[in-house]
Design a protein around this ligand. Sequence first.
Ligand SMILES: C=C(N)C(=O)O
Length: 130
Amino acid sequence: MKFKNVIATDDAPAAIGPYSQAIKVGNIIFTSGQIPIDPQSGQVVEGGVAVQVTRVIENLQAVLAAAGASLDDVVKTTLYIKDMNDFGTINEVYGRYFTKEPPARSCVEVARLPKDVLVEIEAVAVVKEG
Ligand SMILES: C=C(N)C(=O)O
């Protein structure tokens, strides 16, 4: 029996390295870190951190949807941000998507992110069916 299922969708950016957009094991989905790449153009979105975190969360939604999940199913996120001064703006945008019983979360400032983006978010989600 296959244990590890690769999730792939054109509705989210293609991987920029040797990783899958997400892996589903039973009823648990592990997404890769999403960065603010527009899935249509393949380019990083411009316009600042609010625009970037919006794109990241919408990319996460697309990956989760391909795995049969939604943001409501997310139990844990990890945020990697370039500048902790953006914490308030990121929380404001993030909070629009995770309104009720938000997932557990970690948030760390990092020296650098792929493609020099301002934010990367990964998620773990759990759904009822395997
Ligand atoms: C963008 C990524 N998730 C990566 O490079 O691993």
